[in-house]
Write a protein that binds this ligand. Structure first.
Ligand code: HEC
Length: 244
């Protein structure tokens, strides 16, 4: 960090100071206006405000949401069912399940079951889709980095909220595990634009993620989405849920 030094200005220094001001003022006039980026702090639930480091994997922000969506359904690894003694509802329950050896992705059953091609062993079991290769890669890196429970504040850029770049990835990572296929949760299919648009228009999308009364709180069985995701969904819904 750079410290600040107290600067005493005496009379003869004023000319220099004014000169600097004039220079700055003159150079400002020629600046091209920059787009305004609105940022709101991300709520990680633990008050951590360290900036995010792109080399680190942040379990709660990057991994837990898609594990909940793909593994924590009723009858699988939610708290009530805990198939094979494995509960995947939080960092602590996952670590207590004994299927991850911090620092060694090749040990422990977790990497094995999400990467095996044997349909009898693989997780999630068929007909559910496998985790994506990016998701598997992220888990591997996270375990190799010591399977830590790191949190950070990544800021929140809400300047360009489009369906394809912003809303669709939120749905894919945090909702689709339960909201796709032939019998999606609550009959709500969030794997297509039309499905998401339908929920946006009837108010259920925003109502459920904001935990508003009258709607089922989503994502089910876990904590609220980060404030940043909710802010983006709100902006997109209020813009008329465009297919952009
Ligand atoms: C673990 C499974 C699961 C996850 C993850 C999940 N949902 Fe749901 N969702 C359900 C089920 C099951 C229902 C049916 C209502 C109920 O059981 O609460 C439902 C219902 C809904 C409804 C209808 C709510 C109502 O009151 O009519 C909406 C909208 C919805 N989900 C949106 C989402 C969104 C958006 C996400 C991601 C942020 C999400 N869900 C994540 C399982 C899930």
């Amino acid at each position: 960090m750079i410290g600040f030094r107290k600067i005493d200005i005496n009379r003869s220094d004023w000319k220099i100071v004014m000169g600097i001001f004039l220079f700055l003022f003159a150079s400002c006039k020629h600046e091209i206006p920059q787009p305004i980026v609105t940022t709101v702090p991300i709520d990680n639930g633990n008050g951590n405000t360290l900036p995010c480091d792109s080399d680190s994997v942040y379990f709660n922000m990057q991994i837990l949401p898609f594990l909940i969506a793909n593994c924590a359904q009723s009858g699988c690894h939610d708290a009530a069912s805990h198939e094979d003694g494995v509960t995947i509802t939080s960092y602590q329950t996952l670590m207590n399940s004994g299927i991850i050896v911090p620092g060694d992705p090749n040990d422990g059953d977790f990497m094995e079951v999400i990467t095996t091609s044997d349909p009898d062993d693989r997780m999630p079991p068929p007909p559910a889709a496998l985790l994506t290769s990016q998701q598997i890669q992220l888990i591997q890196t996270w375990i190799a980095q010591g399977a830590q429970n790191l949190n950070c504040d990544g800021g929140c850029d809400t300047s360009n909220v489009t369906y394809n770049a912003v809303i669709k990835p939120i749905m894919q990572n945090k909702c689709q595990g339960c909201h796709q296929g032939t019998s999606p949760g609550g009959g709500v299919n969030l794997s297509t634009y039309l499905g998401v648009q339908g929920s946006a228009i009837d108010g259920s999308l925003l109502g459920s993620v904001e935990h508003a009364s009258g709607w089922s709180a989503m994502p089910k069985n876990t904590s609220k989405l980060p404030d940043c995701d909710i802010a983006k969904i709100r902006i997109w819904v209020n813009a008329g849920a465009p297919n952009n």
